[in-house]
Design a protein. Sequence first.
Length: 233
Amino acid sequence: MTHIPARTSPPPPPSNGSESQASLRAQILGVEHWSLLATRSIIWQEIFSRTGTFLTILSATMVALSLVVQAAGFGSNFRTVALLVLPLVLLVGFTTYIRLLEADIEDTWIVVGMNRLRHAYVEMVPDLERFLVTGSYDDEPHLLQTYSFRRRIGFTHLLAGSPTIVGLINAAISGVFVTIVCQALGGPRWLQVALGVSVAAGTAVTLSTVFIRRLVRFRRAYVPKFPRPGPGE
């Protein structure tokens, strides 16, 4: 009787659980990264839309006041129309300014999340860091690097921002409005000018203070999870 050797099952394939886990991790991080990019795009669209809407309302108001001046001159009719429409423009301007500040804070948090995701990419593939022009740590210098591709932002960068522009316009409108009110009450010319300049400057300082306080509050409350290690760490 011929002896037939027993069949042996083939050896199990090598476990690739670690590779599958790394691939799944990369997919999840990629989805989160795209989600943050989409959210940031929506925030920037809202910033441009809010700013554009405010400037459109302001332009329409200036055109309307110009038509009133052409029809009736700088008399009581002009002052009446100006006292009616300028408060509405200021209301829109102040709410736009506050929303722009909130949008900037939200955008900063999104940048924090994107830097943390890039940090995870670099942990998975350390050779990637030398190819990145944006930050892969979530401390302040690397957040600024993601914003402007450098680790410091000058005063001119903040001065050119949408909140600053809207704030300066609000300050100017506030001064004009107070001047018209003083004129309607019969105040002398020097008082009109003094009050207008004082209110415009005071509004600018107040709005700047609000911006600085929110920025300082964010910096105090924020604790980075992945700061860049110092020398010797």
